[in-house]
Design a protein around this ligand. Structure first.
Ligand code: B3K
Ligand code: ZN
Length: 857
């Protein structure tokens, strides 16, 4: 194959011509869809007279320039673009193309899902609809006419406002939509089909009425309440927190079953994976409800951070994504428990972003180059990007940050800008100098911080010395500006100092604290004030004290995690050398018991605090991950905690049974998992919960306990679950996922068997994620089986998906890219599969880039 081209940030140049107006007409039909596009061009630079439009997988029917047909000899057509000479500085082009949405399995451009037409254009899907300058700095006003059979497609939607709805002479229906806001093509959307609509209304702060509409497949009308409530809360919150009002008369959300990601923020017409819209307590877990609230908010917030102000080019992706994730995190923290939300966000960062940043696919939040932009919708751009915005918020303080945001909106509304313009606005609003801080945008890797302390009794001074290093950033990389939120506690756990903020700016730096009466215990990086790893912490000897007393809830949780890790990692070593395990320290276990009995603690927070670090997080602490030892050691630890606190766990479980709140369910189900870990005698209790539960949270929590067992309870419950929910695709995904993540010995065969299940399809991304991604990403012992079967299974699926859905195929490569973290046997097997993937015939750019980088970087 010829190696695909790499695109570089340094090569950015504006287009010689831009497009100001777009008039699209879609004639929807079952065999071919005809797209007529009228574009108004206007010269911007003198670079060239050539106009080169992007276009892929299109059948070109005709081109007209200023009304005159352009003959074939006057344009050049390749499988990627259409080029012609501009007739003048301002002209109109009319281009007619044909496409076949019903054959589009890549789910990019215009495609069909359950018989309905829908689109996904970000990042470069619009070029699969028509020839266009498909890049975010070309912003035009769109008018969209949709023509089709009114019986087949009673609903026809596009961005903006509906301006006409007529019946044509031939009986077809024509609807015209006008979007007054200039936008890049990636925000274009079209939906047509038989859909039900749930409606509500929002009155903005300035008194304008906005119609809210959620479109779903018929029969799902009763599953939109939570999405609608979340939308109204988001609209209100953005007005109150950032002074941002919605700007059209209608806001529409469409839920579709086949979708590559979570959702898409198309102007005025968000398209969602149905997973992030549909919910009832019968079908969705508490985690699903939280997910809906945050994704609805995220897409809504994009209206200002992404749509009104968009990205100049795709290297600026974190400009809209990091910022919008930060905003949705703030929103969820305001709606729910802020501490629990922060813990969840950090766990997500550590689970997905830290490994990425430590592996072959590491990149700065502003990448410098890419082969396929879809591969850069990463945990780094999103989650680490959000952390970098959060640090600016911490440094500026809430008021300074808000002022900076106001300046950002004032200066750049209607523009396509860079991250530099964002940082400048925050500087202007806050008065901060962020010169050094900008390094966060260009350095990959997770900084490692080592801290040492010294106490001087005579002078009552305490010193903290920080050293920062970032291996991935390379030799000689500049130190980062790192905000360290911290406090000091005395030996009794009382606070000596709270809410201090240190600016760590040097490679090595000492901070001195005066008037400290006795040697303190530092609580560092409170609320996880920077996305770093601490490699040496003076508090390591005093984690039990912080676990019991830290007034910062995040650090209280963190102390518990670190204390548990100390014991778990020590046991992993003992296990590997064939010695008897010593188990979790008394310090941890005793604190665990005290916290379990604490009547005043929020149960949701308590459930977080009493959960042991995950297998994958334990693995991250090791140079070479010993998956089997980790699994066994963690299981033994769960069992011993379950046994030691059996009485309390049972009584809390019983007490909480009748409580109907999310926090109570989380804690109750944690108790159940400890009890089942303590002895199989509790499997009947799990089974009883499964059959008596009245909501999906409790049902899933109990079924998750049963699927690891070999008893009849397992088969019975799984069968019951299937029989009850086989018609509900989102619930059925859970059934596949639970079996894919089971620890029982036959799991690999079970998963292969499920591939042949009549309800399994490789064409639906949610189903692929629930079986294949879940197995590879969340079942370490089976995926990493030293017989190589797990790796081979994954590579086979990637090769299969390469031809139907390259984006989803590429997303599955990452687990194999972690080969350097495993023993030699596994390394060899994983590399062999990556090489086999690279030999795939007609390999997509998406998969090529991921597999190639995984092997070579
Ligand atoms: N902006 C979209 C993601 C598009 C991904 C394209 N491969 C969803 C979001 O982040 O809100
Ligand atoms: Zn986003």
């Amino acid at each position: 194959m010829t190696k695909p081209a790499t695109i570089h940030l340094k090569d950015y140049a504006p287009t010689p011509f831009t497009i100001t107006e777009v008039n699209l007409t879609f004639e929807l039909a079952e065999d071919v869809t005809v797209v007529t596009s009228e574009l108004s061009f206007k010269r911007q630079t003198d670079a060239t007279d050539q106009v080169r439009l992007n276009g892929e997988a299109l059948v070109l029917k005709s081109v007209f320039l200023d009304g005159a047909v352009l003959s074939k000899s006057n344009y050049t057509l390749t499988d990627k673009d259409l080029t012609f000479i501009a007739p003048s500085d301002e002209f109109k082009a009319t281009i007619v193309t044909e496409i076949k949405p019903q054959e589009n399995t890549a789910l990019e451009g215009l495609y069909k899902s359950s018989g309905n037409f829908c689109t996904q254009c970000e990042a470069e899907g619009f070029r699969k609809i028509t020839y266009y300058l498909d890049r975010p700095d070309v912003m035009a006003r769109f008018t969209t006419s949709i023509i089709g059979d009114g019986m087949e497609y009673p609903v026809m939607l596009s961005n903006g406002n509906l301006v006409s709805d007529t019946k044509l002479e031939d009986g077809r229906v024509k609807k015209v939509w006008e979007d007054p806001h200039p936008k890049p093509a990636y925000l274009f959307a079209l939906v047509a089909g038989k859909l039900a609509c749930v409606e509500d209304e929002f009155v903005t702060a300035s008194g304008r009425k906005v119609a809210l509409q959620i479109f779903i497949e018929l029969g799902n009308e009763d599953k939109c309440d939570h999405a609608m409530t979340s939308l109204k809360k988001s609209m209100k919150w953005d007005e109150e927190k950032y002074g941002r009002e919605y700007d059209l008369d209608v806001f529409m959300i469409v839920a579709v079953g086949d979708f590559n990601m979570g959702a898409m923020e198309n102007k005025g017409l968000n398209i969602f994976n149905s997973k992030y819209v549909l919910a009832s307590s019968q079908t969705a877990t508490d985690t699903d409800f939280d997910g809906i609230e945050s994704v609805i908010a995220h897409e809504y917030f994009h209206n200002w951070t992404g749509n009104r102000i968009t990205c100049r080019d795709w290297f600026q992706l974190t400009l809209k994504e990091g910022l919008t994730v930060f905003r949705d995190q703030q929103f969820s923290a305001d709606m729910n428990s802020a501490a629990v939300k922060r813990i969840d966000d950090v766990q997500r960062l550590r689970a997905a972003q830290f490994p990425e940043d430590a592996g072959p696919l590491a990149h700065p939040i502003q990448p410098q180059s890419y082969v396929e932009i879809n591969n850069f919708y990463t945990a780094t751009v999103y989650e680490k990007g959000a952390e970098i915005i959060r640090m600016m918020h911490t440094l500026a303080g809430p008021e300074g940050f808000r002022k900076g945001m106001d300046i950002y909106f004032d200066r750049h509304d209607g523009q396509a800008v860079t991250t530099e313009e964002f940082v400048s606005a925050i500087e202007a609003g806050s008065g901060l100098d962020l010169k050094q801080f900008r390094n966060w945008y260009i350095q990959p890797g997770t900084p490692e911080i080592a801290v040492e302390d010294a106490y001087n009794e005579t002078s009552s001074t305490y010193e903290l010395t920080f050293t920062q290093k970032n291996v991935k950033a390379g030799e000689g990389a500049d130190p980062l500006h790192i905000p360290v939120a911290m406090g000091l506690l005395d030996e009794d756990g009382n606070s000596l100092l709270d809410d201090d903020l240190l600016h760590l700016t040097k490679a090595k730096q000492t901070f001195t604290f005066e008037n400290i009466p006795s040697k303190p215990i530092p609580s560092l990086f409170r609320k996880f004030s920077a996305p770093i790893k601490i490699t040496r912490n003076p508090a390591d000897e005093k984690l039990g004290l912080l676990f019991r007393n830290d007034s910062d809830e995040f650090n209280r949780w963190e102390a518990g995690q670190q204390l548990a890790l100390q014991g778990l990692l020590a046991d992993v070593e003992l296990y590997a050398s064939g010695q008897a395990l010593t188990g979790l320290s008394n310090d941890y276990t005793e604190a665990f018991g005290e916290i379990l009995d604490d009547q005043n603690m929020d149960p949701a927070f308590k459930a977080e605090v009493l959960t042991l670090p995950s297998e994958s997080y334990i693995g991250q602490q090791m140079k070479i991950v010993d998956v089997d030892a980790i699994h066994t050691v963690r299981k033994v630890a769960l069992k011993s905690l379950g046994k030691r606190f059996e009485t309390q766990l049972k009584s809390i479980y019983a007490d909480l049974k009748s409580h109907n709140s999310m926090g109570a369910r989380a804690l109750k189900n944690l108790c159940l998992s400890y009890l089942v870990a303590s002895s199989d005698d509790y499997l009947p209790l799990a089974s009883e919960q499964y059959f008596s539960s009245e909501n999906m949270t409790d049902r899933m929590a109990s079924l998750a306990r049963l699927v690891n067992s070999e008893t009849d309870h397992r088969a019975e419950a799984l069968q019951n679950f299937y029989d009850n929910w086989k018609e509900d695709q989102l619930v059925l995904d859970k059934w596949f996922m639970l079996q894919a993540t089971s620890s029982r010995s036959s799991t690999m065969d079970d998963v292969k068997g499920l591939l042949a299940h009549p309800d399994f399809t490789m064409l639906n991304p949610n189903r692929v994620r629930s079986l294949i991604a879940a197995f590879a990403g969340a079942n370490p012992i089976h995926f990493h089986n030293e017989n190589g079967g797990g790796y081979q299974f994954l590579a086979d699926r990637i090769i299969e998906l390469n031809s139907t859905n390259p984006q989803i195929a590429a997303r599955l490569v990452a687990p194999l890219g972690q080969w350097r973290r495993h023993n030699e046997t596994r390394q060899g097997l994983m590399q062999a599969e990556l090489r086999r993937i690279l030999e795939t015939e007609n390999i997509s750019n998406d998969v090529y880039e991921m597999a190639n980088k995984s092997l070579s970087n």
